[in-house]
Design a protein around this ligand. Structure first.
Ligand SMILES: Cc1cc2nc3c(=O)[nH]c(=O)nc-3n(C[C@H](O)[C@H](O)[C@H](O)COP(=O)(O)O)c2cc1C
Length: 238
């Protein structure tokens, strides 16, 4: 499955064809997720796929399916969730389906471990665009140093399109940072920037795989360059 190409063409949609996807697609998605190498081995995550009848939230798109993600307490739980489930997003786009991450969707049955959901299904109109149509920060705003994989990270989706990430290239390593809050009014409306940075790390890993490079992620105790103002260290890609 080519997860790399959709990075450069995907677009979130709110316009879904309400008809359900074939059952085998849903089970193949589950099979695929079961074999994605997690960002960190000790973060417990799980998901369920439900219909619109089982979710609540303001102004939700009328999608046939919602992937609801939950996980056990861990300092990097949300980052690991963004990382794993962005693979699902790219997998769906790779087969012509479309998605929208939704910070605002919740299961009808309360779940203390619940994190976030993703609406998905067949788009009612094509959910693709040209790479130059992405509204993203310039590379110079999000990186110190150059690495061919960072263009894929730059194009990652994020809540409120906040793009709260920064990467410092250090020889073969990429130290990764995130903005704990988007500042101003946005920080009152959105608090999953630690998940966004996991999404960007997924794009980085997929781009690395495309180039035949390995992806190892670790939180380093020392030797990490100081974060830019307003950012915190997340971990390092080796
Ligand atoms: C973690 C996350 C949460 C999001 N939450 C919402 C949401 O609650 N409502 C919504 O309409 N869009 C939501 N989005 C979609 C973003 O607004 C969208 O990804 C961003 O504007 C970039 O656009 P693109 O996905 O088309 O590249 C979310 C995206 C992410 C990654």
């Amino acid at each position: 499955m080519d997860l790399y190409s959709p990075i450069f063409t995907r677009a979130s949609t709110r316009k879904f064809d309400p008809s359900p996807l074939p059952k085998d697609i849903l089970s193949k998605l589950g099979d695929f997720l079961a074999v994605v190498k997690p960002l960190l081995p000790d973060v417990e995550l799980k998901h369920e796929i439900v219909s619109g009848r089982d979710v609540k939230g303001m102004a939700l798109p009328k999608a046939p399916h919602f992937l609801l993600i939950s996980g056990k307490k861990h300092p990097l739980r949300n980052t690991a969730a963004g990382y794993l489930y962005q693979h699902a997003e790219l997998w769906l786009y790779a087969q012509g389906y479309a998605t929208r991450w939704l910070a605002g969707v919740k299961p009808k049955e309360p779940d203390p471990d619940y994190i976030i959901g993703i609406a998905f299904g067949k788009p009612a109109e094509p959910a693709v665009r040209k790479t130059e149509e992405f509204k993203r920060k310039a590379m110079s705003e999000i990186t110190g140093g150059r690495d061919s994989r960072l263009e894929a990270a730059r194009l990652a989706p994020s809540g409120m399109n906040g793009q709260p990430w920064y990467f410092i290239v250090d020889g073969g390593k990429i130290h990764t940072y995130y903005k704990p809050n988007l500042g101003g009014l946005l920080s009152k409306m959105y608090n999953l920037t630690n998940l966004d940075v996991g999404i960007a790390l997924c794009h980085l890993a997929v781009a690395g795989e495309h180039e035949g490079r390995t992806f190892e992620f670790a939180v380093m105790e020392e030797g990490v360059p100081a974060p830019p103002s307003g950012f915190s260290y997340v971990g390092t890609v080796k």
